[in-house]
Design a protein around this ligand. Structure first.
Ligand SMILES: Cc1ncc(COP(=O)(O)O)c(C=O)c1O
Length: 410
């Protein structure tokens, strides 16, 4: 073991001497991915400035989105266009606003802010920005472990007997950071939930529902179709966006929800805005066209990023396939790979990487309150660096993770 750690430290010092600056921290598309959508700024797409029903897209009006965009997302999410609202850029804003609305005005009961301490269930590991929103509103977060099929639904059923548990936030397909997709069994369990709180909401963040890495992909389940069987549609608020389809800084976001929830959100919107950016909505609809258009476009993304996912998984397998203390996900879509290093080693691994010029998402970030109880999970975002940079960064990550393990065992 002494030999091994000496060898690893020598390699580590060599990497440090390279003065690298590599980043695998945030799920951002690479420049080549952004370029795939540059056709969206072609003026021909919005020629005449009219949407198909004759709406002048430069002017005020159309609160809930132009017809073309609603149709596009109704095809993607498999709900009726009437059950879709199209917003501006960023589904995070939509989620934040929805929770703010529940806090201030409620969602079928007294405002959440007037119901004492309220709680949300958080499948872990999960998306750090979801947790930041909940923490911001002072909502207590409860970890729900997940496996390859999704969250532990027995535990969810237990917790929702408590009326102060008001919701759950999750990414049902190609989750951030694990890349797993909820199985049909888990979807069915969600659809049949019986929470004690009638104002219970599941924020169903389908950010990656079209982000397959190849034709061997996970199946999309429409939660509303399943929920209809049990009459639970009002418990689900689905969001999605084109952030990782076209441009993360200049896309469109959508919400899909039950008739009742759509009506209450629209009522709030009439005070909040006269309408979102319809020029951008029309550009998106004209550029992406329909579900098939999105599928074809996502294949171009996959061609660019699949080799990056493969490179990370190969490096992890080369280093750790014989070491049961390490495990990682091999997603069929989405933006992330989730690596579990031995307990108590994630922070040290991230720190060693940082000193060697490789930035990773902070250890703990994938858990509420940035507190990974096992200090084990590391999120890898492979899309932004070039393939060569990524290979080097992953090599360094593997060396750092092994050093952290040997240090701990020493
Ligand atoms: C699960 C998930 N939801 C939402 C977002 C952000 O989406 P938007 O740009 O629409 O706010 C991200 C971005 O990484 C994400 O991973």
């Amino acid at each position: 073991m002494a030999d091994r750690i000496t060898e690893l430290r020598e390699r580590y010092d060599y990497y440090k001497s390279l003065n690298l600056s590599l980043n695998m921290a945030r799920g951002k598309p690479g420049a080549d991915q952004l370029a795939l959508s540059d056709g969206i700024i072609d003026p021909a797409l919005i020629e005449g400035f009219r949407s198909e029903d004759g709406t002048e897209i430069r002017n005020y009006g159309v609160l809930d989105g132009i017809t073309e965009c609603k149709r596009l997302y109704s095809e993607i999410l498999q709900v009726k266009p009437e059950n879709i609202i199209v917003f501006g850029n960023a589904s995070l804003t939509v989620m934040y606003d929805y929770i703010a609305q529940c806090m201030i005005f409620g969602s079928g009961d007294k405002p959440w802010s007037q119901q004492g301490k309220i709680k949300f269930l958080c499948p872990v590991p999960g998306y750090d920005r979801h947790f930041s929103i909940l923490e911001h509103f002072g909502i207590e977060m409860i970890n729900i472990p997940t496996d390859s099929e999704g969250p532990d639904m027995d535990l969810v059923d237990e917790y929702i007997k408590d009326p102060s548990v008001k919701g759950l936030i999750c990414v049902p397909m190609y989750a951030n950071p694990t890349g797993i997709t909820f199985s049909e069994r888990v979807i069915e369990r969600f659809a049949s939930i019986k929470p004690a709180a009638n104002d219970f909401r599941v924020i169903w963040d389908n950010a990656y529902c079209v982000h397959h890495l190849s034709d061997d992909c996970d199946k999309f389940y429409n939660i509303f179709e399943y929920a209809e069987k049990y009459g639970t549609q009002d418990h689900f608020i689905e969001v999605a966006s084109t952030s990782k389809i076209t441009y993360p800084g200049a896309g469109i976001a959508v919400m899909a929800a039950s008739d009742k929830n759509i009506e209450s959100v629209k009522k709030r919107m009439t005070v909040q805005t006269i309408g979102y950016d319809k020029i951008n909505q029309l550009r998106h609809a004209a550029f992406l066209k329909n579900r098939d258009g999105v599928t074809a476009h996502m294949k171009k993304h996959a061609a660019l990023i699949k080799p990056k996912f493969d490179a990370v998984i190969k490096a992890l397998s080369d280093s750790f396939s014989d070491d049961g203390d390490f495990s990682w996900t091999e997603p069929k879509g989405g933006y992330f790979i989730s690596l579990n290093v031995p307990e108590g080693c994630a922070k040290r691994t991230v720190e060693l990487c940082k000193e060697a010029g490789v930035t990773l998402t902070g250890a703990g970030a994938t858990f509420p309150y940035k507190n990974d109880p096992f200090d084990s999970n590391i999120r890898i975002a492979p899309t932004f660096p070039s393939l060569d940079e990524l290979k080097l960064a992953t090599e360094i990550l593997c060396v750092c993770a092994e050093i952290a393990k040997l240090e701990k065992n020493n």
